[in-house]
Design a protein around this ligand. Structure first.
Ligand code: BES
Ligand code: MN
Ligand code: ZN
Length: 499
């Protein structure tokens, strides 16, 4: 099933399999907007509901909790909690939309939106579109032919033309973002034997085909050798699959001086650890290790469709990390694109090796800022769990802009320090640096400090999404499996950087 989003009118309500109505909690009752039709699909709908009844149905003051009122006709109604305060966090609208589509399953769904509940129709439209689509994701191998709608139906006093247009534009933009993120989730969820570097590059090229402002190339192994990407080549040596590097640019207006951001994504299509082999348990989720690449490619696709006025360079080094007979060995030294050398003491710290090449290439594009995204360290999961990403930045303005974007996207971030004293942890006797820090000590920081050495002092931010890159159960608008975490924050950041 593939879901589409649009806005509609109250006279269509009876055509949906499910209609969601927001109910607000007070001390003794739940109330729906007085503009809600009193009969929907043959179901008579009171305006208020006793709190005891609501509690028994699972409807609470927790935003997006819900209860379905089954119909004898074709249209069920679900009451979705809008909480006890006026909705003001945009993320709550994403969760409300997600709750509606979950109640609908594969069926069509509509949401009645009381205009009085909305102060910023554009933002609410975006949140509803995103939330509905993100929650509608299901992994399937083949094409999703079956279509189902999510329709937002404003009711209330005089929805003005401005309100209508802002809501409509918001829904469209939210749908673009939701679709792009779901595309990334599908790449990540595809079994690793299928999602090889070659296949991932192919899917990226296919996705960008329709975007005329995007140029994209897939570098084959010989080109990667010619370009001296020693980190990527080193990691790929243990695998029978050749590496790839996807290099893409987006420029909607070459005659203008747009803000230029380079995005680099870790694309390990499977991380076994290499000769420093992971445990069986540790490998179970390692098809997720290409999330950074999927995220930056999804950002590119969304930005192109939204026609944002920024310039992008997107770089995704892609390889497996396997312990084949030609694999790099602990003690090997690799020379990265920019000439710096790294002693590989643990082949499982491979992400930083391929990112070092990716960041070196990014620097050569002379962007105004560089952002990389990676499922980089187990230490990030220990520090922040699976709902918060770590962000590191060499630039306070860039960090602040990304934190502000995360407030809008609902993707939680925590800034960790690039603590200079820990540079000592990655000093090597035989090379410019080694690829691991001190065992059990600030592993995420050591990795970030290594990456910083490849950014040439440019404003740079690094997202470590090792934990939040996956979700182990349905939560709000997140589905089980890949999350493509940080894509929506970066899109929002780029929206804010438009000229
Ligand atoms: N891809 C892993 C990090 C990871 C761990 C992501 C768990 C998601 C969940 C990365 O390549 C890795 O193996 N890092 C090592 C580095 C260590 C050897 C210095 C780690 O964190 O254990
Ligand atoms: Mn690893
Ligand atoms: Zn990895």
């Amino acid at each position: 099933m593939r879901r589409t989003v649009r806005i509609g009118t109250p006279n269509e309500l009876d055509s949906f399999a499910l209609v969601a109505v927001v109910a607000r909690a007070s001390d003794d009752q739940f109330t729906v907007s007085s503009f809600t039709p009193s009969v929907i699909g043959g179901v008579a709908l009171p305006q208020s509901y006793g709190i005891e009844w609501a509690k028994r149905q699972g409807l609470s003051s927790t935003v997006a909790s819900s209860t379905v009122l089954r119909s004898f006709a074709t249209t069920d109604v679900t009451l979705v909690s809008g909480g006890d305060a006026l909705l003001n966090s945009i993320d709550e609208w994403r969760r409300i939309a997600a709750s509606a589509v979950r109640s609908a399953g594969n069926r069509s769904a509509a949401l009645i939106l009381a205009t009085a509940d909305v102060t910023d129709a554009h933002s609410v439209g975006r949140a509803l579109g995103e939330g509905a689509l993100l929650a509608s994701y299901e992994f399937s191998d083949g094409p999703n032919d079956e279509l189902s709608e999510f329709v937002v139906i404003p009711v209330g006093t005089l929805p003005t033309v401005e309100f209508h247009d802002a809501l409509d534009a918001g829904c469209r933009e939210g749908a673009i973002v939701g679709d792009a993120v779901n595309w990334a989730k599908k790449l990540v969820d595809t079994p690793p034997g299928q999602m090889t570097p070659k296949e991932l590059a192919k899917r990226a090229l296919r996705q960008m085909e329709t975007h005329s402002t995007v140029s994209i190339a897939s570098w084959a192994e010989s080109k990667i050798e010619d370009e001296r990407l020693g980190g990527l080549l080193g990691v790929s040596r243990g695998s029978a699959q050749a590496p790839r590097l996807v290099y893409a640019t987006y420029d909607p207006d070459p005659s203008a001086e747009l803000v230029h951001v380079a995005l680099v994504g870790k694309g390990i299509t499977f991380d076994s650890g290499g000769l420093s082999l992971k445990s069986g348990e540790g490998m179970m989720t390692m098809k997720t290790d290409m999330s950074g690449a999927a995220v930056v490619l999804a950002v590119l696709s969304a930005v192109a469709q939204l026609e944002l006025r920024v310039k992008l360079t997107v770089i995704a080094p892609l390889t497996e990390n396997l312990p084949g007979h030609r694999a790099i060995m602990p003690g090997d030294v690799l020379t990265i694109r920019n000439g710096k050398t790294i002693e590989v003491l643990n082949t499982d710290a491979e992400g930083r090796l391929v990112l070092a090449d990716g960041l070196s290439l990014a620097v050569e594009a002379s962007p105004d800022a560089i952002i990389d995204v990676a499922t980089l360290t187990g230490a990030q999961v220990v520090a922040l769990g699976d709902e918060v990403a770590a962000i590191f930045s060499s630039d306070d303005d860039l960090a602040a802009a990304l934190m502000a974007a995360s407030d809008v996207s609902g993707e939680a971030l925590c800034r960790l320090p690039l603590f200079d004293n820990y540079e000592a942890h990655i000093e090597s006797d035989v090379a410019d640096m080694k690829n691991i820090g001190k065992p059990g000590k600030a592993g995420s920081i050591a990795a970030a400090l290594l990456l910083r050495r490849f950014t040439d002092g440019l404003p740079w931010a690094h997202f470590d999404i090792a934990g939040p890159g996956r979700c182990d159960a349905v939560r709000g608008y997140y589905t089980k499996g890949a999350t493509a975490f940080s894509a929506r924050t970066i899109i929002e950041y780029l929206r804010s950087m438009q000229l």
